[in-house]
Design a binder for this molecule. Structure first.
Ligand code: GLU
Length: 496
């Protein structure tokens, strides 16, 4: 894929103005995979020129979640607020202001950039006139055409000024690594601001300066940046830089094909992590948001992806974020874990009071049906929650079997009370319990399912639970009896 004669260097350039976004994670993964697949170098650069909104906490959220996914990089900070690693630093834009100043001075010097003193009101008036004439809004170059005297007068007045880049009216063509030939007419762009009045340089400018300084050869980023690329290429030419290859990867869309945005969708990686998605499932899922191996295979570890991923196979069309697919993959990865591994992963969702041994025994109860680690407490919490808490999870009506009302519920619970009471601790095993309960159902001429429902709700607080008899065994004789007795009382309260 490398068509530059320089060694491949790619980068991800997150802005720490929010938590790690799903889209940034996917971009980051594609960069990582490209670098690993091609033997390139991967650089993390923190784009924190928006000092008002950038925080170390967001930097931490981004770095920690990338590491959680298993993504590593060769250069740039490795921990939030930490030191740089690598010879192309500093890797935080807030520490590179001197370089930007030098480069903007060079552009001013060559005439490729100029000061602009127009006030917001003046710019607004121009915009309105253009709108009235049905022209595309763009800067009218008033300040480019000032005389030296006018310029000197504005400067002497101390009027606020910005620096604008003078865009040449020329078509810009590039061969996008994903999209193929792309052409823009820069005549439509207008001269854009590269340095604000307070001296802060802006995105289009700093990204170009940094990519050159960090010897980036391939810029792989979201398609939302496609329209920025002609601006970047124009700047690259004016500054006499190397032009990297560009690859724009498709947007991530909601199921209704609308753009996945912070407002409408869950976009923060931390939120998915907290729900209990496994990082290996998430990586597998992200890889397929815009790429596929061209075969039916769908389960890939990060190592396999490094081997197989190719940017040239990335799709042009938008990638639908399909939560069902993520859930499916998560289940696949959960079931591939050993019971011991799963118990370890569940530790964060289960109270410390539950001993490791006991947790390990609970794992087989849920492994087959667990979608996310975070679902575990609602499935097996009945084991460690006190009786009154479990009782608070259900209303008496939930005790009624599908075919029947309070009398049937009562008959089943009383039957259960008798059966459970007859067994001693040694016999209190799933197999024996099942056999005895089925017999009791027969004696009462009840369907097994109708007999089990009230018991299930009494024991687990829910109508859907792990296998009933294993649940009873796990809870033990005394606690099971107490819960069934509580349920009978609950029924009686309503009847009274
Ligand atoms: N800071 C930009 C972003 O987060 C980086 C864009 C780029 O890769 O050039 O979208």
């Amino acid at each position: 894929m490398t068509t530059t004669d320089r060694p491949m260097r790619v980068r991800m350039a997150p802005s720490p103005t929010g938590p790690l976004h799903i889209g940034t994670a996917r971009t980051s993964l594609y960069n990582y995979l490209t670098a690993r697949h091609e033997g390139g170098t991967y650089v993390l650069r923190i784009e924190d020129t928006d000092t008002a909104r950038s925080t170390v906490d967001f930097e931490r959220d981004i770095i920690d979640n990338l590491h959680w996914l298993g993504i590593s990089w060769d250069e740039g900070p490795q921990v939030a607020g930490g030191d740089d690693v690598g010879a192309h630093g500093p890797y935080r834009q807030s520490q590179r202001l001197e370089r930007y100043r030098e480069e903007s001075a060079r552009l001013l010097e060559s005439g490729a950039a100029y000061h602009c003193w127009c006030t917001p009101e003046e710019l607004e008036a121009v915009r309105k006139e253009q709108e009235a004439r049905k022209e595309a809004p763009r800067y009218n170059r008033r300040c480019l055409n000032l005389s030296d005297e006018e310029r000197a007068a504005f400067a002497a007045e101390g009027r606020p000024s910005v620096i604008r880049f003078r865009v040449e009216a020329e078509p810009i063509r590039f061969d996008d690594l994903v999209r193929g030939e792309v052409e823009f007419d820069n005549a439509l762009l207008g001269d854009f601001v590269i340095v604000r009045n307070d001296g802060m340089p802006l995105y289009h400018f700093v990204v170009v300066v940094d990519d050159e300084a960090m010897e980036i050869t391939h810029v792989i980023r979201g398609e939302d940046h496609l329209s920025n690329t002609p601006k970047h290429i124009a700047l690259i030419r004016a500054l006499g830089y190397h032009e990297p290859r560009f690859g724009h990867i498709p947007l991530i869309l909601n199921a209704d094909r609308s753009k996945m945005s912070k407002r409408k969708s869950q976009t923060s990686m931390t939120a998915y992590r907290e729900e209990g998605y496994l990082p290996e499932a998430m990586v597998n899922f992200l890889a397929f948001l815009g790429w596929s191996p061209g075969t039916e295979e769908e389960v890939f570890t990060l190592d396999e992806l490094e081997d197989r991923f190719e940017l040239s196979k990335v799709h042009k069309g938008g990638a639908i974020f399909d939560r069902d697919r993520l859930d499916h993959l998560n289940g696949v990865y959960i079931r591939a874990l050993s019971d011991e591994q799963l118990a370890l992963r569940l530790r964060g969702w289960v109270p410390d009071a539950v001993r490791d041994d006991d947790l390990l025994h609970l794992v087989p109860l849920i492994k087959e049906r667990l979608v996310k680690l975070g679902d575990a407490p609602s499935l097996i919490g009945f084991v460690w929650e006190p009786d009154e808490v479990v009782a608070s999870w259900y209303s008496p009506e939930l005790l009624h079997p599908k075919k029947g009302g309070p009398p049937e519920a009562r008959a089943a619970l009383e039957g259960a009370l008798r059966v459970l009471g007859e067994l001693d601790d040694a016999d209190f095993s799933a197999d024996v319990l099942e056999q005895r309960c089925r017999e009791a159902a027969d004696d009462l001429a009840m369907k097994a399912g109708d007999f089990f429902t009230p018991i299930r709700v009494a024991i687990t607080g829910r109508t859907v639970s792990p296998p009933l008899f294993a649940s009873l065994e796990m809870l033990g004789r005394d606690r099971s009896l107490a819960r069934v007795a509580d349920a009978i009382e609950k029924l009686a309260e309503v009847a009274a």
